[in-house]
Structures are given as C-alpha cells and as structure tokens.
Design a protein around this ligand. Structure first.
Ligand SMILES: [Zn+2]
Ligand SMILES: [Zn+2]
Length: 89
C-alpha cells in the first residue's frame, strides 16, 4: 500500500452538516437541512411560514377552504333569488 492512500480515503468521508445549514421547522421545530423542501418530521414545508406551506395536505386544505367560500357566495345569491321570487309582484 502506498503512503497517502489512507489520507485520500479519509477525504472522501462526507463532513457532518454544520449547524448553519439547518433551521428549525416552523411547524414542529425539527431541525432540517436548509435545502430540504419538506420537514422530515411533520411533512410540512420546513422553511416557509405556515400560511404559505406547500405540502400536499395544506394545499388540499386551502383548496377546500376556497371551494367553501365559493359555495357560500353561491348560496347567498340563491337565497337572494328565492327571496325575490317569494315576494308578491
Ligand atoms: Zn416539521
Ligand atoms: Zn403543510
């Protein structure tokens, strides 16, 4: 074995992640690598505010809220229409 090969082997071992490239999840405070999109612990967007979470669960939830608001608006129009028809001309 040539001298120097051991040192080369050592340099291929990945260095442990420095603390600076990890930040805590805004949902569960789990530390995640900054490059990671979703939290390893809870699955939400690890580095976005909760309101802007891009995980499938939150996007689905927000879509349901939007549909709920649209249905409320239609229901209000329908109520107004029925009320107008009920009144004597
Ligand atoms: Zn989390
Ligand atoms: Zn989420």
């Amino acid at each position: 074995m040539k001298s120097g090969s051991f040192r080369q082997y050592r340099s291929e071992i990945p260095a442990p992640e420095p603390a600076a490239v990890r930040s805590s999840c805004s949902w569960c405070h789990e530390l995640n690598a900054v490059g990671r999109r979703f939290c390893a612990a809870c699955g939400h967007s690890a580095h976005l505010p909760r309101l802007h979470c891009e995980c499938p669960d939150c996007q689905h939830g927000r879509r349901l809220v939007e549909i709920g608001h649209a249905i409320d608006a239609l229901q209000a129009q329908l109520d107004a229409y029925r009320e107008a028809r009920r009144r004597p001309q």
